[in-house]
Design a protein around this ligand. Sequence first.
Ligand SMILES: CC(C)(COP(=O)(O)OP(=O)(O)OC[C@H]1O[C@@H](n2cnc3c(N)ncnc32)[C@H](O)[C@@H]1OP(=O)(O)O)[C@@H](O)C(=O)NCCC(=O)NCCS
Length: 180
Amino acid sequence: MRQSTEADVPAMLEIYGYHIQHGLGPFDIEPLHPEELKRRRKAMLKRRLPHLVADLGGAIAGYAYAAPFRKRPAYRYTVEHSIYVHKDFQGLGIGRQLLSALVDACTVAGCRQMIAVVDSANAPSLRLHESCGFEQAGVLRSVGFKFGRWTDSVFLQRALGPADGALPDDHRGGTVQAGD
Ligand SMILES: CC(C)(COP(=O)(O)OP(=O)(O)OC[C@H]1O[C@@H](n2cnc3c(N)ncnc32)[C@H](O)[C@@H]1OP(=O)(O)O)[C@@H](O)C(=O)NCCC(=O)NCCS
């Protein structure tokens, strides 16, 4: 596992494009433009959040990254992540390795909670997350519409590092702005 580079973008697009068409994983419906994936990647790196690829001797077998859970600043220690494994490498343990590496990298980055939002019919992803220590925190009914049907989203949560057992190292009081 290593940090992604811009040179990995075409491989990541191919993986994501396949899953948009065939799977329950992505919440995008149309293929992404390369510039959009580059922009998303740069935005995460700017926030010092991990963006990882599984590099098997030059072949990109999957990728995973963390993004802010929600934009408002009080959520700044909580991330939501995404993970995609190339169709030819699924079921071989790559997802597990990637997610474990992402959990470790998010912990080092000072995040305290990690959230996955998974389609309730996506058994491999639910299993993967539970095997990496995530617990189901709730189900939102019929919030998505894909492949001609309404979809439920399962929220899964995992505490990181000291979690809520200690204040963040850079705690600044979290002043609430008018309009928040
Ligand atoms: C979900 C996904 C990331 C899992 O990665 P993977 O490399 O295929 O999974 P792994 O081989 O590491 O297996 C991880 C766990 O899931 C289980 N699993 C894998 N495929 C499974 C399947 N088809 N059905 C049930 N469980 C499955 C494995 O048994 C393993 O469980 P264990 O640790 O208890 O043995 C991958 O299948 C994928 O990219 N799917 C399409 C995109 C997607 O849905 N992404 C997630 C969006 S939330």
